[in-house]
Design a protein around this ligand. Sequence first.
Ligand code: PEP
Ligand code: MG
Length: 564
Amino acid sequence: MIERTGIGASPGIAIGPVYLHTSGLPDVTPRRIDDPEAEVNALSRSEALVRTRLEGLQEAHGDDSEEAAVIGAHLLLLEDPEFTGEIRERIQFESLCVEAAVLQVTEESAGMLESLDDEYLAARAADVRDVGNQLLRSVLGLPLDTWDNLDNPSVLVASDFFPSETATIPPGMAIGLCTAEGSATSHIAVFARGMDLPAVVGVDLPDIEPGTTMAFDGTTGKVYIDPSDEALGSLRERQSKEREAQAGAALRASEAAVTLDGTRIEVAANIGSDQDAVRAIALGAEGVGLFRTEFLFLDRSRPVNEDEQYEAYRTVLSTFGDELVVVRTLDVGGDKQVPGIEIGEELNPFLGLRGIRLALARPHLMQDQLRALLRAGTEGRLAIMAPMVAGRADVSDFRAALAEAEESLEQDGLEYAKDYQVGIMIEVPSAALVASRLAADVDFFSIGTNDLTQYTLAVDRTNREVAHRADSFDPAVLRLIAETTSAARSSGCWVGVCGAMAGDPLAVPILIGLGVTELSVAIPAVPTIKDRVRSLDLGACRRLADLSLAAADATEVRRIVSDV
Ligand code: PEP
Ligand code: MG
């Protein structure tokens, strides 16, 4: 048995034979060309072929799937003058054969995006390579479908997968995904969570024979190659317990989450697009606790304008009707870069122009978004939340920006919401420490445990070398959560958690014991977290929270909650 630890990217246990997938662009031997026009025509034929295939895939996946969104981005790339236009120019002006031109432009464009050392742009680089790969396969006369030999349900192992490859996995054939590349925010993680497939990424993979048994845990990132009977037995037992629990939870998805002693906890969804709303409701989400609006700004070359944003917000708000929808204003900067929003070179981007700081520095962006939100707010129950607030000045500047947006809508004679809630993310330790002075100015706090953990423990959440140190169960993080809930209690604010900790069943008793009343989680986790709440007693959770606050480290806290 060989053991490895990667990054848990999508929960669940996978056990099965390895299918080794070789990804990468096919080799090309440059040819001399006599007729550039014939090469350009070959490119146009390939574009048409790839377009037809992508449109077919998009239709098969339905409009509201993550896959359809990625495929939509690929269709846009096919039309992009800086991509396919550039390939044409290389053929016409540099006399390259079509396959060499596709390969060259693909490598250069993807390499340029990757060199910017940013996770989101690296994901865009994967899209460029993906479309380039399809074009190249088509001009070389290779089959576009790369899953021809996959005829048994398997654990799919690769250095990485192109997005269109994950989107075309034959139904029922993937038991789990395991890759050497990637991070918890890469497209593989997003796809796997959307498809409810266990996944581990960033694994230092040894040479593996196809067909070898592999088992892994998509939560902890533990990977076992050719596992011992003992390891296999314990994973199988956990797998069947998890499946049983999931099936039971799914049956109760639409029921409220009420603790054994009768306390109601709201379980809402984290969404990234208007299309997510329908899926979230189907799984029992009681509103949206975090709409990450920066996702609307990806896959395009310029920021989304006020009217386009208005349409997206209107759709989500009307879909949720009477349920609260918490929309977070643009959270760009740090690891999140968006095309068309330039941020200068920064030595410490996570401590730089990020979240509310960036929005305040680009007032037109903030005003476009706030106006779109307030206009859409007439369609449902709106809450507007600012990210990365560090202290009182950020709250008052945010309030001033809201007042300005209201005033401009008034002047334009447009209808807008007047009874919306205003909240802030608590994800910077300073904001948690002065929460008692911020509570009077807001309706709610939503704790971003991902960033709160990273800033409290000084661990870059995207750095593979140290990411394992970012444990939200650390008592230092818990004490900041306790500071926040106690400040809110005396002012009548409500407190939610929208970081990944809210979706961890082990963390739920601590969070509600500390006074959190709303948990906002990834869409597929809604039913299980609701069920978890139903199994708990608030008094016992409070005692557990007290013990956890007094613990010395995260290991001790995990021991305290391990058998609840
Ligand atoms: C967080 O920091 O916990 C959070 C929810 O925000 P994001 O992960 O989008 O930074
Ligand atoms: Mg955050």
